[in-house]
Ligand binder design. Structure first.
Ligand code: ADP
Length: 708
C-alpha cells in the first residue's frame, strides 16, 4: 500500500509537471507569437508615422515597446531551464533590441529629416532584415518548443499510463487487502467465538464441579482473603458468601487441634508463602461459625496465572467425622472379633480338655461300669456342647450373609415354650434356678420356624440362668397384647446399665468379658435371638433397672389367628436297635477312626457294614457289593465323595442305593452340590447317631416304598 501510495504520488506529481511543461511549451509559443505581433505593431506604428508624419500613428509603437520587453522577460522565465532556447532567446533579445533601435532611428529620421530621410532608411532594408531575423529566431524557437511539446506530450502520456497502472494496482491491492482483512477478521472472530465457548465450557465445568463436589472449596486472593466459597464449604463452616468474602481465611475457617484446642496455622498461609501444596496436619477440627466442632481433612494449593505469578490459593476440606466414626466402629468390631476368637478357642479347648481327661481315666479304670457310665456321659455332654458352639457359629455366618433358611409353619406357643424349657433345662438344673412358667389357658400360635424360635427362647432362658445367682428364681410369662404374642423372661440377676440395653444385642458383645459368667458364652446368643425375632416380623426388647437389679427380656411376635394348629414340635425319638438286620451299608471316610466308630455303631444296630478309606476303594466296593446304603465322606483322597456318588448314580443296580453325605461342610451351597450329584441326605459332622438312624430308616421306606 505504501509503495502504491508513493508510486501514485510520484505519478500524480509527474503528471502535473508534464502538464505544466506542456503548458509552458504552449505559453512559449504564444509568447513568441505575441512578441512577433508586438514587434509588428511597433513596425506598423513606425510605418504609419513615416507615411503620414502624424504623431498619433506612433501610438501602437509606444504601446508595444514596454510590452515587448515584458514579453521577453516572460519568455525568459519559460526557457530558463533550456540552454539552447536560452541562447536563442539571447539572440532574439539582441535582434529585437536592434529592431526597436532601428525603428526608433527611422522615427527620429522622419521627425528630423522628413519622409525621405525616413524612406531612405527604410529602403536600406535593415529593418526588414532584422524583422526577418527575429522571425527566423522565433520560428526556430517555436520549432524547438514544438519538438519539446511533442516530447512532453509523449512523456505526459507515459506518466498518465503509469498513473493508471498505479491506480489499478492500488485498487487491486486495496480490494485484496479488504478481502484479506475481512477473511482475517472472520477467522479472528471464529477463534474468539471458539475461545469464548471453551472459556464458557470451562467456567461451566468448574461451576458444576464446585457445586456438586462433596468437598468444601474456598479460594483466596494473594493476601489470604476469601474470594469464593462453594455450597459445601458454606454449609460446613456456617458462613454466607456475602459475609465471608473479603475476610481473612483464619476468620472464616477457625482451625484448632483436636486435643489441645490450640489454634492451628491455616494451610492457605503456607501455600501462599511457599507456593506449594500443603496438607493439613491430622487431628484438626474446624470450629464453625455457630461454634460446632467438625473433624476435617484438608489441603491447600497456590493458584498461579499463565505467567507463573501467584494470584491466590485454593483450600479443599471435607468433614471426616463419619469416616472417623466408621474407623472407630471398625476398630471396635475388630477388637470384638479378636476377643471372640480368643474366647472361641478357649471354649473349644475346654470340652476337648474334658474329653481328653476322660479318655485318660478310661484307660486307667479298665472296664469299671461305675466310672464308664459317668465318663461316657461326660464325653457325650462335651461333644454336644462343642457341636452347639459350632452350630451357633454357622448360624451367625448364615445370619450375617442373610442366608438363614426358615421353615415356616404354624407354631403352637405352648409346645414352643415346653421345647425351649426342655433345651434350657440342663443349665437351669445345674444352676438350680426355679422357673415359673405362666401361660394363658387358650391356645396361641405364631407363624414361624419352630426350631429357630425354640433356639431364641432357650438362649434367653439360658442367659437368665447364667446371669443370675445360683437358685435365684426366673419367670417366663406369655401374653397376647394387640395382636402380638409377648414371651417375657424375668430374672433377679446381675442386670445391666441402660446404656448396655442395646449393645448386648451386638454380635460378640459381652458387657463384662472378665466375668466368669460371660466366659461361658461367645456373645452371639442374643444377637442370634434378635435376628430370629426380626426374621419372624418381631423384635426383642431388653430392660433392666440397672446393675444388680435383674433383667427382663421380651420377645414380640405377630400372633397367627388362622385355624387349628397342624404342626407339632419335632418328636424326641429314642434310637432302638435291632430293626435293620440284613441291610448292607458301605461307610467311606479317610479318617479311619471316624469310619470305624461309625461302622461299629451301625453294626451294633444290626447293619451289615463294610468300610472303605478312600474314594477309589469306595467306588470299587460299591460296584462289587451293591450296598443298600452308602455313607460317603466328601473330602477323600483319590476320588472325592462327589465323584464316587456320580459313579454310583451312573451305574444300574437292581436296587437303587441310598446315598448319604457325611461332611464337615454344611452351608446351603454345599447341600445344593451334594443334592445335585445324587445324594439323598446331607449330614454335617459330628453326626447325631439318632438322627442318622432316622434318616436311614426314612430314606429306605421312601425310596423302597416300604418300612424296614
Ligand atoms: P453370651 O451369653 O454368650 O455372652 P449373649 O449374646 O447371649 O452372649 O449375651 C450377650 C451379653 O448380654 C452377655 O455377655 C451379658 O453381658 C448380657 N446379658 C445377656 N442376658 C443377660 C441377663 N439375663 N442379665 C444380664 N446380662 C445379660
Amino acid at each position: 500500500m505504501l509503495l502504491t501510495a508513493f508510486a501514485g504520488a510520484y505519478g500524480t506529481q509527474s503528471l502535473f509537471s508534464s502538464e505544466s511543461a506542456i503548458d509552458d511549451s504552449h505559453h512559449l509559443n504564444l509568447g513568441l507569437e505575441r512578441l512577433l505581433s508586438l514587434l509588428r505593431d511597433a513596425e506598423t506604428g513606425q510605418r504609419g508615422f513615416v507615411i503620414t508624419g502624424r504623431e498619433s500613428y506612433l501610438e501602437p509603437y509606444f504601446d508595444a515597446t514596454p510590452k515587448i520587453s515584458a514579453q521577453l522577460d516572460a519568455i525568459k522565465l519559460l526557457v530558463q531551464n533550456d540552454n539552447r532556447q536560452r541562447q536563442r532567446l539571447g539572440d532574439l533579445r539582441f535582434t529585437v533590441d536592434e529592431k526597436l533601435a532601428e525603428v526608433g532611428r527611422v522615427i527620429m529620421a522622419r521627425r528630423t529629416g522628413g519622409f525621405d530621410a525616413a524612406k531612405a532608411m527604410v529602403q536600406s532594408d535593415k529593418g526588414k532584415l532584422l524583422m526577418d531575423r527575429a522571425r527566423l529566431v522565433v520560428a526556430d524557437m517555436e520549432k524547438t518548443a514544438d519538438d519539446e511539446l511533442t516530447v512532453r506530450r509523449g512523456r505526459a502520456r507515459h506518466t498518465r499510463d503509469f498513473a493508471i497502472v498505479v491506480a489499478i494496482v492500488s485498487a487491486a491491492l486495496t480490494v485484496l487487502m479488504a478481502v484479506s482483512f475481512a477473511y482475517w477478521l472472520r477467522r479472528l472472530t471464529r477463534v474468539r467465538i471458539r475461545v469464548i465457548g471453551q472459556l464458557h465450557d470451562r467456567k461451566q465445568l468448574l461451576r458444576v464441579t464446585l457445586a456438586s463436589i462433596g468437598d468444601g472449596v474456598v479460594t483466596t486472593d494473594v493476601s489470604g482473603r476469601v474470594t469464593f466459597m462453594n455450597a459445601v464449604a458454606r454449609s460446613l463452616a456456617g458462613w454466607e458468601s456475602a459475609n465471608a468474602t473479603g475476610l481473612p481465611i483464619e476468620d472464616v475457617l477457625v482451625l484448632v487441634n483436636e486435643t489441645s484446642r490450640a489454634t492451628v496455622a491455616n494451610p492457605t498461609r503456607t501455600a501462599l508463602a511457599e507456593r506449594r501444596s500443603v496438607a493439613l496436619a491430622n487431628h484438626t477440627m474446624l470450629i464453625t461459625r455457630a461454634g460446632v466442632e467438625v473433624h476435617i481433612d484438608d489441603s491447600a494449593a497456590p493458584i498461579l496465572d499463565i505467567a507463573g505469578n501467584l494470584v491466590g490459593s485454593v483450600l479443599v476440606f471435607r468433614d471426616v467425622g463419619l469416616r472417623k466414626q466408621y474407623e472407630d466402629e471398625l476398630r471396635e468390631s475388630d477388637r470384638r472379633k479378636s476377643e471372640f476368637l480368643a474366647v472361641m478357642s478357649h471354649e473349644l479347648r475346654n470340652p476337648i480338655a474334658a474329653i481328653r481327661s476322660a479318655l485318660e481315666v478310661l484307660n486307667r479304670v479298665d472296664n469299671d461300669p461305675r466310672h464308664l457310665e459317668r465318663l461316657l456321659a461326660l464325653m457325650d455332654r462335651q461333644v454336644l456342647h462343642m457341636t452347639r458352639l459350632i452350630d451357633d457359629l454357622l448360624d451367625v455366618a448364615r445370619v450375617s450373609k442373610g442366608a438363614l433358611d426358615l421353615k415356616m409353619e404354624r407354631v403352637d406357643i405352648h409346645a414352643l415354650i415346653a421345647s425351649s424349657v426342655e433345651t434350657a433345662q440342663a443349665v437351669l438344673d445345674k444352676r438350680r434356678n426355679a422357673l415359673a412358667v405362666k401361660l394363658p389357658p387358650e391356645p396361641i400360635s405364631v407363624q414361624g420356624d419352630a426350631a429357630r424360635l425354640c433356639q431364641a427362647v432357650a438362649n434367653i432362658l439360658t442367659n437368665a440362668s447364667k446371669y443370675s445367682d445360683m437358685g435365684s428364681p426366673i419367670t417366663l410369662a406369655v401374653s397376647v397384647v394387640h395382636g402380638e404374642v409377648l414371651i417375657t423372661v424375668c430374672d433377679k440377676g446381675i442386670g445391666f446399665s441402660p446404656e448396655d440395653a442395646e449393645r448386648i444385642f451386638d454380635m460378640f458383645a459381652q458387657v463384662d468379658r472378665s466375668s466368669d459368667l460371660s466366659k461361658e458364652g461367645l456373645g452371639i446368643g442374643l444377637s442370634l435371638a434378635r435376628q430370629i425375632a426380626l426374621l419372624h416380623g418381631g423384635r426383642i426388647v431388653a430392660n433392666s433397672a440397672g446393675r444388680g437389679l435383674g433383667s427382663e427380656f421380651t420377645i414380640h411376635l405377630p400372633e397367627d389367628k388362622t385355624g387349628p394348629i397342624s404342626v407339632q414340635m419335632p418328636p424326641q425319638t429314642e434310637f432302638t436297635p435291632g430293626r435293620e438286620q440284613g441291610l448292607r451299608v458301605l461307610v467311606a471316610d479317610d479318617n479311619e477312626d471316624a469310619a470305624d466308630a461309625l461302622a461299629t455303631l451301625l453294626r451294633l444296630s444290626g447293619f451289615d457294614v463294610t468300610v472303605a478309606h478312600d474314594g477309589e476303594q469306595a467306588a470299587r466296593f460299591s460296584s462289587d457289593m451293591h450296598p443298600d446304603i452308602v455313607l460317603l465322606d466328601i473330602g477323600m483322597p483319590k476320588l472325592t465323595g462327589y465323584e464316587v456318588a456320580k459313579r454310583i448314580r451312573s451305574e444300574t443296580w437292581a436296587v437303587r442305593p441310598i446315598l448319604i453325605a457325611i461332611t464337615g461342610w454344611g452351608q446351603p451351597e454345599d447341600r445344593r452340590q451334594t443334592h445335585e450329584v445324587g445324594f439323598d441326605v446331607h449330614f454335617t459332622k459330628p453326626i447325631d447317631f439318632v438322627r442318622l438312624h432316622h434318616a436311614i430308616v426314612d430314606s429306605i421306606s421312601r425310596v423302597r416304598g416300604h418300612p424296614t
